[in-house]
Design a protein around this ligand. Structure first.
Ligand SMILES: *[C@@H]1O[C@H](CO)[C@@H](O)[C@H](O)[C@H]1NC(C)=O
Ligand SMILES: *[C@@H]1O[C@H](CO)[C@@H](O)[C@H](O)[C@H]1NC(C)=O
Ligand SMILES: *[C@@H]1O[C@H](CO)[C@@H](O)[C@H](O)[C@H]1NC(C)=O
Ligand SMILES: *[C@@H]1O[C@H](CO)[C@@H](O)[C@H](O)[C@H]1NC(C)=O
Ligand SMILES: *[C@@H]1O[C@H](CO)[C@@H](O)[C@H](O)[C@H]1NC(C)=O
Ligand SMILES: *[C@@H]1O[C@H](CO)[C@@H](O)[C@H](O)[C@H]1NC(C)=O
Length: 667
């Protein structure tokens, strides 16, 4: 009846609709006799009828209010997307009697009935998406849907299924590898739940209410490598023995205990997520585990022990661990010995605990660690021995109580690039020349790879000359240190590296540091200070964004603004007592240049003829000429005076002539 088209042809996407003009329609029908309208062509001339799209052997009919597949699907159709439609009954008829599908997408319909045996003859069907339907209604009928002969991936999520209901779909699915049952109402995984689907590799049970997993429920699944049990109500797992499992997610349960069997033969687990549970102790894994990723954040860990009993000092062995997240717990200390069996660790997150001291003295420990996050603890003591932490690139120490540190502590970290020290109480040393720095200060000069340094909220009083010399800083944040006294040479050494400078909320009334020599500086935040004048910049500057909000600027030096104009892209300047007329040239420049002023709604200036500040967009040249009325008065006065003088001279002249005349007369 129909001919199969060659699959390779230019313009693979063809709309099947009868919107096409008659001539092209004829041509198309010749070329593509199969690509007919989704609706019967006889249904009149409905211009706005929804249309399926055909890309080679794939048919896309999503979101078209359909109750079934178009009757005239191309023969040989492999993929049918009927998602977001009104399908209720899934039968041979609704699928237009086609059986050659490879991929059927039926998510977000209203399916509550599936014809038993429907998929039996679909020997090519690999992917079946039935998510977001009403399959709980079908499950009430206690009918099996029959064999899923070739299906490898089945999505049954969001179908209101509860315990036992999945059996009707899984009973005979020998090829099934990926199964999603997430967002249903399953409370128990029974021993036989997966007995008809023994090829399963990946099961997603996220967002159910699972409280119980019967012994052996997963035992028959030799290929199972990924299991997502997150967001359920599981309280404890003892004798964990899924040898072949690689990824296990138990996040967001009520877990109080996780213990493996102590057998040491076969654990392949690589990733274990236990975050957001109620674990008071560290999980217990066999000694020769292969775990690389462990997340125990947001639990109730008070110590790093695996049991509460101090007698059983079960040691933690994680020879393969790369990522360890223990943030948001109640750890008070983290002894160095804890890291002894973690020779490959790269990321350590212990932020948001109550750790008061962190010391690494042995070179053997944490040799590969790249990131340490110790933010929001109560650190008072921090020491790194010689040649420790040689790979450390990022160190987060913000929100601690650090006051005194060994002044060369950061020089000892040869790879350190990124240092977050905001919300501490540090004092910065001057360049270490005569070893006369103030006691307790910490030095930031000569740290060979340091690029990002955050020192906001440290109650910094002064910033000595050359504080960052020989450290190739790209970003320096000194914000929220009110009263900070910056030496005029404090930023020297950063001329060619510094790109971002943040000096927000420092109560600075005048900057005596020369910023024009910072040739790479592109982004500067000077907001919320007391500045009355702009720092000077010349044409060599490369400032792209400048924040001047909340200062005391009345007049912006026009020559500086002119020098910035070629590079400036973004300018913030709201909340300043700008004068309209003394900035008229500048305002004209802003109105007509490409510079973006994101806060322009709040940028106002003061004009003596207006009681309220005027938005700078409304300022015109004329407003300022008129207000120059005084000049006219002066000009008039001058003219009057000149005229009077001239008149006076004329009068005098006439008078002289008269006198001459009289004289001559008398002569
Ligand atoms: C669905 O199919 C069943 C069995 O063929 C039939 O009894 C039922 O009426 C159909 N329901 C709808 C809404 O078409
Ligand atoms: C099964 O899931 C894995 C991992 O998400 C994916 O790579 C694979 O393509 C899926 N298989 C099928 C048949 O959908
Ligand atoms: C575990 O599941 C949670 C919740 O679904 C998710 O946010 C988290 O990313 C998952 N963990 C991993 C390691 O994928
Ligand atoms: C812990 O820190 C690491 C690295 O800084 C980060 O990737 C991770 O998201 C953090 N954990 C939490 C729970 O925020
Ligand atoms: C440090 O860890 C905390 C969570 O504990 C996280 O919110 C923060 O983003 C991490 N910091 C970085 C820079 O990764
Ligand atoms: C800010 O500076 C002014 C003087 O310029 C001073 O009176 C005021 O106390 C300072 N405020 C703070 C918070 O340092």
């Amino acid at each position: 009846m129909y001919k199969i088209l060659p699959t390779k042809r230019p313009g693979g996407i063809v709309k099947i609709s009868n919107q096409l003009k008659v001539s092209t329609m004829a041509a198309f029908q010749l070329l593509f006799p199969l690509l007919v309208s989704c609706v019967a062509a006889s249904a009149g001339p409905p211009r706005h009828l929804p249309a399926c799209q055909v890309v080679q052997m794939d048919v896309f009919c999503s979101d078209l209010s359909l109750r079934s597949a178009p009757v005239n699907l191309p023969h040989g159709v492999q993929m049918l997307d009927l998602s977001r439609n009104q399908v209720q009954n899934l039968t041979q008829e609704t699928l237009a009697y086609h059986t050659g599908f490879h991929h059927l997408n039926l998510h977000s319909n209203k399916i509550h009935f599936i014809q038993p045996g429907l998929f039996k003859d679909m020997t090519d069907l690999r992917v079946l998406d039935l998510s977001r339907n009403h399959l709980n209604v079908f499950a009430f009928s206690k009918t099996n849907i029959g064999p899923l002969t070739a299906v490898e991936s089945l999505d049954l999520s969001s179908n209101g299924l509860y315990t036992g209901m999945s059996d009707y779909f899984l009973a005979d699915s020998p090829s099934l590898a990926n199964l999603s049952l997430n967002s249903n109402s399953i409370t128990k995984i029974a021993q036989n739940t997966f007995s008809g689907s023994s090829s399963l590799r990946k099961i997603n049970l996220h967002n159910n209410v699972i409280m119980e997993i019967e012994d052996g429920a997963f035992d028959s699944l030799d290929s199972l490598t990924e299991l997502d049990l997150s967001k359920n109500s599981i309280t404890c797992i003892t004798n964990f023995n899924l040898c072949n499992l690689k990824v296990l997610n138990l996040s967001k349960n009520s877990m109080e205990l996780f213990q493996s069997t102590t057998s040491t033969d076969c654990y392949k687990l690589l990733s274990l997520d236990l975050s957001e549970n109620k674990m008071p102790y560290f999980p217990l894994l066999p000694r020769n585990n292969m775990l690389e990723y462990l997340d125990v954040s947001r639990n109730q860990l008070q110590s790093i022990h695996v049991t509460g009993s101090p007698d059983i000092k079960t040691k933690v062995y994680f020879y393969h661990l790369k990522y360890l997240d223990m943030s948001y717990n109640q750890l008070k200390s983290l002894p160095e010995s804890f890291f002894e069996c973690m020779g490959l660790l790269e990321v350590l997150n212990v932020s948001n605990n109550c750790i008061s001291s962190f010391n690494i003295t042995s070179q053997r420990l944490l040799q590969t660690v790249k990131i340490i996050n110790l933010s929001f603890n109560s650190l008072q003591s921090l020491t790194f021995g010689e040649n420790t932490l040689q790979s450390l690139e990022k160190l987060f120490l913000h929100g601690n109580d650090l006051t005194t540190l060994d002044n060369q502590i950061f020089q000892r970290l040869p790879s350190i690039k990124h240092l977050q020290l905001q919300q501490n109480n540090l004092i910065i040393c001057p360049l270490d020349q005569n070893h006369q720095e103030p006691p307790g200060c910490v030095s930031f000069s000569s740290i060979p790879n340091l690029q990002f340094l955050y020192l906001s909220e440290n109650n910094l009083r002064s910033l000595p000359a050359n504080a960052f010399a020989n450290s190739p800083l790209k970003l320096l944040d000194l914000s929220l240190n009110p009263g900070l006294d910056m030496d005029k040479d404090s930023l020297s050494g950063l001329e060619h590296s510094l790109v971002h400078l943040l000096l927000r909320e420092n109560n600075i009334s005048s900057l005596n540091t020369d910023l024009s020599s910072l040739r790479s500086l592109k982004h500067i935040d000077l907001s919320t200070n007391q500045l009355t004048a702009l720092p000077t910049w010349n044409k060599d500057s490369s400032i792209e964004s400048l924040n001047l909000q909340h200062n005391n600027l009345v007049t912006l030096e026009y020559s500086t603004m002119l020098a910035l104009e070629h590079s400036l892209k973004t300018l913030y300047m709201g909340s300043n007592p700008l004068s309209c007329c003394s900035n008229i040239d500048f305002l004209h420049m802003v109105q007509h240049s490409a510079v973006v002023v994101p806060d322009i709604e709040t940028v106002t200036c003061i004009h003596e003829e207006y009681s309220e500040p005027v938005n700078i967009e409304k300022v015109t040249q004329e407003m300022c000429h008129r207000s120059g009325g005084q000049n006219y008065i002066i000009a008039i006065v001058v003219i009057v005076v000149v005229v009077m003088v001239v008149l006076g001279l004329l009068v005098k002249c006439c008078h002289l002539r008269k006198q001459k005349h009289i004289r001559s007369f008398s002569a």
